[in-house]
Ligand binder design. Structure first.
Ligand code: ATR
Length: 289
């Protein structure tokens, strides 16, 4: 009798480039921690012109699911027939699940953002006052949807390109919202209870966001979705003013949870140990600069 080796449940993250993705570290940590047998999470570099074809062959390549990152999130949304409500709302997919009816595109970025905020700043309340969001790109869409769903009293979007902010508002059907230009920053920040940076400013290699935080409410929370560096110039300035801050690493960790649960049937935890493991990979020991 020929004994077949058990099939390996493989999941991948698809992007271009994909070398720096920390998703394999996160998912393989959980696979080991939960003792899931014959499972593997790996990087799959996919150039833009090969994305459609790779999706068609995903099952044949041995994958039971995937994550999707830059620059493929919108392409994958358009290529798939089935989506969850958030992917439909954002018109972008970051998680693919193989269902009985074929591939389903989901989006867990908004979940990751709001879960991180609630986890790291349990005292923050959506109804406390206006939230200011800097930026109107792809990541901003997920943040805006999360804030809208959380029920913030008002979302104030500040973006260099006004038309992009207006498109975001229209596409997401946001109601309690106001758009500001970069020059109107002071007005936008006035008495706000939450400030979120979704722009690329402050990221390693980019210049810092230099804004005067004085107009914010003294009880405001400041968060950045940039996590390299972990403490951006914005977070440093906010901390110096005595404001509560939440860094962006937790968004990456939390957005990974629903995908893992869908693929492997176990809900993983975002623990201090996982955070320390990812930080160590970034060369950071928490508590030390
Ligand atoms: P992501 O997918 O990470 O959100 P993106 O879609 O390219 O990236 O969006 C980048 C965001 O950073 C945008 O809001 C962009 O502003 P514009 O819409 O005006 O382009 C913002 N951004 C990038 N560089 C900036 C700069 N130098 N000053 C102000 N905003 C900047």
């Amino acid at each position: 009798m020929i004994r077949r080796a058990p099939a390996i449940a493989k999941v991948c993250v698809m992007g271009w480039p994909i070398t720096h993705s920390r998703s394999p570290l996160i998912h393989n940590f959980w696979i080991r921690q939960l003792g899931i047998k014959d499972a593997l999470y790996e990087r799959l570099p996919v150039p833009p012109n090969e994305m459609q074809d790779t999706l068609k062959r995903l099952g044949d390549l041995g994958y039971i699911g995937a994550n999707v990152t830059v620059p493929h999130k919108e392409t994958v949304f358009a290529a798939l027939m089935r989506h969850d409500a958030m992917a439909r709302r954002l018109r972008a997919v970051n998680t693919i699940v193989m269902t009985d009816d074929g591939l389903e595109g989901r989006n867990t970025d908004a979940y990751g953002f709001i879960t991180n905020l609630r986890d790291r700043a349990p005292n923050w309340r959506a109804d406390r006052g206006p939230a200011v969001m800097l930026g109107a790109g792809g990541a901003a869409r997920a943040v805006a949807a999360a804030l809208d769903d959380a029920g913030v009293t008002q979302i104030r979007i500040v973006n260099r390109t006004r038309a992009r902010a207006a498109a975001l508002v229209a596409d997401l059907g946001l109601k309690r919202v106001q758009i500001f230009t970069w020059e109107q920053m002071h007005e936008a920040l006035a008495s706000a209870e939450l400030l979120v940076n979704t722009t690329t400013l402050g990221m390693a290699g980019e210049r810092d966001l230099e804004i005067d935080l004085k107009p914010l409410s003294p009880s405001a929370l400041v968060t950045d979705i940039v996590y390299t560096p972990l403490e951006t110039g914005l977070l440093k300035a906010a901390r110096a003013r005595g404001l509560d801050v939440v860094d962006g690493l937790g968004m990456l960790l939390h957005q990974a949870v629903p995908g893992f649960e869908a693929w492997f049937g176990r809900r993983p935890q975002v623990s201090a140990e996982l955070r320390a493991r990812v930080l160590a990979d970034m060369g950071i020991v928490e508590g030390k600069p």
